[in-house]
Design a protein around this ligand. Structure first.
Ligand code: 1CP
Length: 341
């Protein structure tokens, strides 16, 4: 038994009121984040400076009664640690020098990726010491397919066409890329758990646009191998999987990857989610734009989500990351309604 309600929920224990955290809860909707951000010369330096990363991780917890802190970092620190050039341009998002068939075999060969990620692990250790005993510390990484879409395409895209084509045309190189991502992610998540993370989340943000064969090979298999690899070293490691856009593949993702809890995006119908195995803990799934608009529509949807999952372990969250234009008062109202009705 744990006295951390959010961790307990991931492990399958239903709570009287759902615990809550908010995807991307540290970030640009907070003025104190924007202020701290100016102290680093770029976004990756913010991720690799424990003093600053700890500060921004704690900022949302000072304002709201949240049940978890999430490590402040990004899914693209892995390509950076593997030696690919990654930069973040303001207003444009991430930009990477795309990998090629020839460059994939060199990834991770120059420097131990975990050595490169040591400052992030230091942030986890400091957060562990800084948060309250009842709060859960969440670590994370991007799932291999999602990270590969950025590594191959060189930036975010709406249809991941570059990565989908690369996988079809260069099967061997694609498999090698997924393999290095699985291996590095296992080592990185084990290191986060050893540094004090209670739970880790696999962000599969681009689980959409895949036919069912591609979903099996690009999403299910790599996520399953990460779960298995982490648990080979830390048995029973608590893991949340968030396959955004998985739709009709959701139940299979949950059953076949072995994650403890399933993150639901906001397009997942509540009636469908209720047909998932009754013991499966779920997380989600308010549309972030309902939080931007606020008011009665938001309250009604919060209540509907809570009522839908009242009979199973449920962690309240958004169905995707909070957006920068979100009014802070709406976040306070959301947290209060989830916790106090
Ligand atoms: O200018 C800035 O300040 C950068 C904005 C920003 C922030 C605050 C980026 C760039 N990343 C982050 C932090 C971050 N990213 C966290 C920790 C903060 C928290 O959760 O409180 C986490 C968990 C992520 C995860 C992440 N990064 C994902 C998966 C989640 C999701 O939203 O789908 C993805 C896809 C990324 C890539 C990325 N990094 C940053 C941006 C703008 C993007 C998205 C690019 C795109 O749209 O394709």
């Amino acid at each position: 038994m744990t006295h951390k309600p959010l961790l307990a929920t991931v492990l399958g224990e239903r709570q009287e009121r759902p615990p809550i955290w908010i995807m991307r809860q540290a970030g640009r909707y907070l003025p104190e984040y924007r202020e701290t951000r100016t102290k680093a010369k770029n976004f990756l330096e913010l991720c690799y400076t424990p003093d600053l990363a700890v500060e921004v991780s704690l900022q949302p917890l000072r304002r709201f009664d949240l049940d978890a802190a999430i490590l402040f970092s990004d899914i693209l620190v892995i390509p950076d640690a593997l030696g690919q050039s990654v930069r973040f341009e303001t207003g444009e998002g991430p930009i990477l020098d795309p990998v090629s068939v020839a460059s994939i075999s060199g990834l991770g060969k120059e420097k131990d990726p975990l050595e490169h990620l040591a400052p992030v692990l230091e942030t986890v250790r400091r957060l562990r010491a800084a948060i309250a005993p009842a709060q859960t510390l969440i670590g994370f990484c991007g799932s291999p397919w999602t990270v590969a879409t950025y590594m191959i395409g060189g930036r975010g895209s709406t249809d991941q066409a570059a990565a989908r084509l690369f996988a079809l045309r260069h099967q061997e190189a694609f498999t090698a890329l997924i393999d290095v991502l699985v291996q590095t992610s296992v080592n990185y998540l084990v290191a986060q758990l050893e540094a004090g993370a209670d739970v880790v989340q696999l962000f599969e943000s681009w689980a959409l646009n895949l036919d069912d064969d591609a979903f099996t090979s690009h999403v299910i298999e790599p996520n399953r191998r990460i779960v298995e690899g982490v648990r080979a070293r830390i048995p029973d490691a608590p893991i949340i999987g968030f396959p955004r856009g998985a739709a009709g593949n959701l139940a299979r993702y949950a059953a076949e990857t072995g994650v403890n809890a399933l993150g639901l995006d906001y397009a997942t119908p509540l009636d469908f989610a209720r047909t998932l195995s009754p013991h499966l803990p779920v997380q989600g799934n308010l549309d972030p734009l309902r939080l931007v608009a606020g008011g009665a529509q938001m309250d009604a949807r919060i209540d509907a989500i809570i009522a839908s999952f009242a009979d199973r372990p449920h962690i309240f969250n958004l169905g995707h990351g909070i957006v920068p234009e979100t009014p802070i008062e709406h976040v306070a109202r959301l947290v209060n309604r989830v916790k106090n009705g």
